[in-house]
Design a protein around this ligand. Structure first.
Ligand SMILES: *Cc1c(COP(=O)(O)O)cnc(C)c1O
Length: 387
């Protein structure tokens, strides 16, 4: 059997894959099994921050793999300690818990909020409020956090203690908070899976001020927006927010599984021995990869992410069949007159891999995608969008 047949036969049918088998790549170019080359405008859903098989990334991973690949959290290893230091120094957060995915990073955020609130406000204060149309992961608890009913239907009962409200409607949040049972509010600065929808900056400020006044935790899910994707290290920085908890994953380790939950001053000591854990969390290879990624996200590099963002926005803006462009940095959503799926299929036929998010075409290229590839990709996308 070929890969397609093996996959259809033996892999649980959760993914509707594109009919392409990728075998290799370099940077923002990948090759399929037939030798056809594509410009990768998805970077594995915002994961390969510096593209495929990047040399600096390979060196960091290889060096660590040849030393020790795993020891568990029963022992000290340097890469995760150094990574935690780098993340804290660059964000002003106080402590980090490492896991292996975005859902786990959010699970940790939720556990931190529940424990903090139980200790500071009493056990009745346990509700986590999220935004409607949000996406926070696929575990039963992060599904409960995800403010989209259609994800919930098949898996009842979900973890209790979650509620959601429409972005922009502070009064709705105030109603949810009225009885004093809300521990934390978890937001995405730009809803990714929800359709690349940025939070209104004015509302974000109002929300943050209200939560501070009420001593309710502000938690930001930076699983997709984080690690340079937005043009800042974390998107909350663009919004001028001071979150109590930040979760991240996807692009953090540039292509290896890693999640991180950053704890601010209020919650930095919420966990003690045995309160939480992960066998693989902080794995030295993933941590070495992440440290190499984070060290490269300098101010100059991030300014270039913003420049590249403007470059592609300008190339696509106003093109026939492209209605509007949303997002931040290199996380962009195109509203197209043709169905997004059709545009993505046409792009793929012409050698450009794009994604969708709800009814939009979603672009998440590597942060270091060369300008000439961005220009080429924009031409193919424009052609595909033409009505
Ligand atoms: C992808 C994503 C998640 C889930 O991450 P996994 O690594 O798939 O568990 C959570 N939150 C947001 C905002 C995401 O984009």
């Amino acid at each position: 059997m070929n890969t397609f047949e093996l996959d259809q036969t033996y892999i649980a049918g959760t993914y509707k894959r594109f009919p392409v088998e990728i075998v290799s790549g370099k940077g923002s170019l990948v090759k399929d099994v037939n030798g056809k080359e594509y410009i990768d405008m998805g970077s594995g859903i915002a994961v390969t921050s510096f593209g495929v098989a990047d040399d600096v990334w390979i060196d960091a991973v290889e060096k660590q793999i040849r030393s020790v690949q795993h020891m568990s959290n029963l022992y000290y290893t340097a890469p995760c300690a150094k990574l935690a230091e780098a993340l804290c120094k660059k964000t002003g957060m106080a402590k980090v818990f490492f896991s292996n995915s975005g859902a786990e990073a959010n699970e940790c955020a939720i556990k931190a909020a529940r424990k903090w609130a139980a200790e500071h406000k009493g056990p009745a204060c346990s509700t986590i409020v999220t935004l409607e149309n949000s996406f926070h992961g696929r575990t039963l608890t992060t599904l409960a956090a995800t403010g989209q009913e259609h994800y919930h239907e098949l898996y009842q009962p979900l973890t209790p203690g979650f509620a959601s409200f429409p972005a922009g409607d502070l009064d709705a949040l105030k109603k949810l908070c009225a009885n004093g049972t809300v521990a934390a509010v978890l937001i995405e600065c730009v809803q990714g899976e929800g359709g690349v929808i940025p939070l209104d900056p004015g509302f974000a400020k109002e929300l943050a001020a209200y939560l501070k006044e009420q001593d309710i935790l502000l938690m930001v899910d930076e699983v997709q927006t984080g690690n340079g994707r937005s043009g800042k290290l974390y998107a909350y920085m663009t919004y001028g927010l001071e979150p109590d908890v930040v979760s991240t994953a996807k692009g953090l380790a540039g292509g290896l599984p890693m999640g991180a939950t950053l704890l601010g001053d209020k919650v930095k000591d919420v966990f003690s021995y045995g309160d939480h854990g992960s066998t693989f969390g902080g794995n030295p290879v993933a941590a070495a990869a992440a440290l190499s990624v984070v060290e490269r996200l300098t101010d100059d590099f991030l300014a270039d992410v913003t420049r590249k963002s403007n470059l592609i926005r300008n190339l696509l803006d106003g093109a026939p069949g492209i209605g509007s462009i949303s997002g931040l940095g290199l996380m962009l959503g195109l509203k197209t007159s043709k169905p997004a799926g059709e545009v993505v299929a046409a792009c793929m036929a012409n050698g450009v891999l794009c994604l969708t998010a709800k009814d939009k075409v979603r672009l998440l290229p590597a942060l270091n995608i060369p300008d000439d590839l961005l220009v080429k990709a924009a031409e193919v996308i424009k052609e595909a969008c033409k009505p």
